[in-house]
Design a binder for this molecule. Structure first.
Ligand code: GH3
Ligand code: MG
Ligand code: MG
Ligand code: MG
Ligand code: MG
Length: 302
């Protein structure tokens, strides 16, 4: 571990440095609280050992400022002080310290405290990583890797308010695989899953801009939000999608529409009349999808 030692006494810096090196870690020194703060802003440390009594900022004040600067990023801070009063101990913990050692410091105890706090720090890092992974996983549908409905709605709402502020056009598509119940009945559920995955991939490949938002909305239903896209643009994307799905060439012998897997698409475009909501856009696209279905499927209605 790289350990920052904030200590105004040269003798103690030297002694601490020796203890830390012998314990298998790397000490870096700051001669004052001010210098310690500056170093923290420029270097990543795993732990801080902080003297309490120093000219200028004392150890408690320095710790408060460091915690403020670090925010959610936790680094263990151990105080080393000549003050043995209980109040001082309490103030140190209150200021954001994690442990408190009284001078003269025993190298054996220092080493043990460093490894105990190092262990907690490592566990915390692991938890944070897991949390980030979980957060990412919870945004996506596990079968296709597309965003799920919840994430779609969250992000679409943001896009919607951005677009309505700028009065830029926006298109929304609902897509549904044709005669998919018959596909499952004919090929089995696992093949159905694989079909959904292939369709999702074709959809992902049909939209290239980073702000286009694709999600699995339900079983065999997808939703696509296309910011800054007008009617003509939406028509082009819709046609690309139909082509890319036809190009997959997934057989659907039981379909009443084609001998390949096809999708029906409903599309709605918005020019932001007052009072119109994202839900209105979705409902309208859904009606257009219904229209595509009743007109014979494998088509785009907008
Ligand atoms: P339409 O052309 O009118 O859309 O007909 P359809 O048969 O596709 O429509 P319907 O909504 O009646 O059927 C959808 C089917 O999709 C029913 C359901 O069993 C199946 N399904 C939904 N989710 C999944 C899934 O995750 N995997 C598989 N294999 N099938 C699914
Ligand atoms: Mg001092
Ligand atoms: Mg459906
Ligand atoms: Mg249906
Ligand atoms: Mg369907």
């Amino acid at each position: 571990m790289k350990i920052l030692v904030v200590e105004d006494s040269a003798t103690l810096r030297h002694a601490m440095g020796g203890y830390i090196t012998n314990a298998g870690h790397t000490p870096v020194f700051a001669k004052s609280g001010e210098e310690g703060l500056q170093m923290l802003e420029n270097t990543a440390f795993d732990m801080i050992i902080m003297d309490v009594e120093m000219p200028g900022l004392n150890g408690f004040e320095t710790t408060r400022l460091m915690r403020e600067w670090l925010g959610d990023h936790w680094i263990p801070i151990i105080f080393v002080t000549g003050k043995s009063e209980e109040e001082s101990f309490a103030e140190g913990i209150e200021a954001g310290g994690d442990d408190y050692l009284i001078k003269p410091v025993s190298p054996v105890i220092l080493k043990a405290k460093i490894s105990a706090l190092g262990r907690i720090s490592e566990m915390r890092d692991q938890m944070q990583k897991l949390n980030e992974e979980l957060e990412k996983l919870s945004q996506r549908d596990s079968l296709t890797g597309c965003y799920n409905r919840r994430t779609f709605l969250e992000q679409a709402r943001q896009q919607w308010s951005q677009a309505s502020r700028g009065q830029t056009p926006m298109a929304l598509m609902m897509l549904d695989i044709d005669h998919f119940k018959l596909y499952n009945d004919h090929y089995g559920h696992p093949a159905g899953d694989s079909c959904i995955t292939q369709v999702a991939k074709a959809l992902q490949e049909s939209v290239k801009r980073p702000y286009d938002l694709l999600a699995r909305y339900g079983g065999e239903e997808f939703i696509l939000l296309l910011p800054e896209t007008d009617l003509a643009g939406a028509r082009r994307v819709g046609e690309t999608i139909r082509q890319n799905i036809a190009r997959l060439g997934v057989r659907h012998a039981a379909s009443k529409t084609s001998n390949l897997v096809t999708v029906s698409i409903g599309c709605s475009t918005s020019h932001f009349t007052t009072g119109r909501t994202l839900e209105d856009l979705i409902n309208h696209a859904d009606q257009m999808l219904y229209q595509s279905k009743s007109d014979g499927r494998d088509r785009l209605t907008l």
